[in-house]
Design a protein around this ligand. Structure first.
Ligand code: ACO
Length: 466
């Protein structure tokens, strides 16, 4: 059983520093917790209040009648040690310290002090210097970020607070489903490896995404990440990739961003997928969270535009994936309904005359063909066909073919209508992107993960033999 079980599935949560004033962090955290629907006991703690947001308030942790599994702390730094002593005496298991003003500003002594107190009582610390955490299966949103996080399969661990909050908002806008969002800040105690150990076993989590500036214990991270990779993909955005970036990271969370080459070797050894940009990481995470893994490497690209097909072919090739001709059975099927000048190579180019019906038939044929393992569908908006109609044809085809049983990514390229079509596909859990390169990159990440996982498996087997 993971040590963090009670952090993610607590029976009760106290908010120390729950404020009476809307807009203050302690107020907003309490409001999110209540309004997101947490069903365990909620205990606001504030000596100056009797009740906040309709919930009875307690003057201290020790005054709470029931047990407290998690205490969220949002009071100024200098008062935190005293509250931790109380939390320890109360038998609190996890303290989530939102407060800033520790190691990140050179206040190492105060950070060491809180770690010492927590250790003495056997409590685990998340933070300090964080925006809180979310765990959708338990309906916990204990953050001062956006409230309506969409439940789903992505666990997002972030060392940056503000960026993390902003990305929380982006997941909502992009319709991405989240299992957890964990702000780790200074990582005084709980670090990435602890969280990976939890998410590896967590059936609600399909993929783990980490925004990382530095890691506390590199060896442990490699070991735990390798184990996690065997069960689900781990994507890392490693910031501080340059000397200048590393310096910025040091003054941000006090992280030692370290030698870039060492990090990259460690990621390679542990089978972690490294994303350069936030956009790339989120594109990949979306695909992993919704799609099954392919059974083989027979990838087919279906398009109505040659250029989009070429861009896709290039992106795939840059990622070591070369397209082979499509199976003859599929080419013969598609030949029946496309114009005679269509290309039945790979990409299959149905030409600018492609209709919704052609998309429906081609996508369904590819989905049902046992010689096809994965599909990239591209659509360039022409006046012949409405993008939303194409999106709807893709959704119908996948339903009629018995659901998404092989990975499918889509790119709808165009203006406002293309954006509407992407939204529709997203709502139906089919990853869709506005450019062919992004769709191809997401598919390439899936194949890369399979390769990395094989390498990790082999390495672990060899280690066992030693
Ligand atoms: N026990 C319980 N309640 C207490 C205690 C205590 N020991 N001491 C104070 N309180 C109450 C206060 O009375 C107040 O309630 P009120 O507003 O109803 O009067 C409430 O707790 C908060 O205390 P304040 O002194 O008003 O503190 P404030 O809210 O101004 O600041 C905070 C506290 C938010 C923790 C601040 O010190 C801090 O660290 N801010 C930065 C947080 C942050 O940015 N974290 C990183 C996030 S990531 C990112 O970058 C976005």
């Amino acid at each position: 059983m993971s040590e963090l079980r009670d952090l993610f599935n607590p029976r009760s949560i106290a908010v120390v520093g729950a404020s009476r004033t809307p807009g203050k962090i302690g107020y907003e955290v309490l409001r999110n917790l209540i309004e997101y629907g947490y069903e365990g006991a909620i205990y606001p703690v504030n000596p100056k209040a009797n009740e906040i947001l309709g919930v009875k308030c307690y003057p201290s942790l020790l005054a709470i009648p029931g047990e407290v599994d998690v205490a969220i702390i949002s009071i100024p730094a200098k008062f935190v040690p005293e509250v931790l002593e109380e939390a320890g005496k109360k038998g609190v298991k996890h303290v989530v310290i939102i407060t800033s003003g520790f190691k990140e500003i050179g206040n190492v002594e105060l950070e060491n002090k809180i770690v010492e107190i927590a250790k003495r009582y056997g409590m685990r610390i998340l933070g300090p210097n964080i925006f809180g955490y979310v765990y959708t299966p338990a309906k916990i949103n204990a953050t001062f970020g956006p409230r309506d996080v969409i439940p789903g399969g992505i666990a997002f661990i972030t060392q940056s607070g503000a960026l993390g909050i902003a990305l929380m908002g982006m997941t909502i806008l992009k319709g991405m489903g989240i299992s957890a969002i964990v702000s780790v800040g200074n990582k005084a105690d709980i670090e990435d490896a602890d969280l990976l150990e939890f998410f590896e076993k967590d059936d609600n989590t399909k993929v783990v995404l980490i925004y990382m500036e530095g890691v506390v214990n590199g060896r442990r991270f490699v070991k735990v990440a390798a184990k996690t990779t065997l069960r689900k993909p781990v994507i890392v955005i490693k910031s501080g990739r340059t000397e200048a970036g590393a310096k910025a990271a040091a003054s941000h969370t006090g992280a030692l961003a370290g030698n870039v080459a060492i990090y990259m070797t460690a990621f390679q050894q542990s089978g972690v997928l490294v994303a350069k940009t936030v956009e790339e990481a989120f594109d990949w995470a979306k695909a992993f969270s919704w799609l099954p893994l392919p059974k083989g490497d027979r990838l087919v690209v279906i398009t109505n535009g040659g250029g989009a097909g070429v861009q896709t072919t290039d992106t795939l090739a840059e990622n070591g994936i070369l397209l082979n001709p499509p199976p003859e059975s599929l080419a013969n099927e598609i030949r029946k309904f496309v114009p005679p000048f269509a290309s039945l190579a790979n990409p299959i180019d149905m030409t600018g005359m492609a209709t919704e019906d052609m998309y429906y038939k081609a996508v369904r044929a590819a989905m049902e063909n046992p010689e096809v393992d994965s599909i990239i569908i591209l659509y360039c908006h022409t006046v012949i066909t409405d993008p939303v109609g194409v999106a709807s044809a893709i959704i119908r085809a996948s339903k009629d073919a018995g659901g998404v049983t092989k990975p499918v990514v889509v790119s709808i390229i165009g203006g406002r209508e293309a954006a509407d079509a992407i939204k529709m596909l997203t709502q139906n859990k089919i990853p869709a992107y506005p450019t062919p390169e992004r769709a191809a990159s997401a598919m390439a990440a899936i194949y890369k993960y399979i390769k990395l996982r094989e390498q990790v498996k082999l390495r672990l087997q060899q280690l066992e033999k030693l």
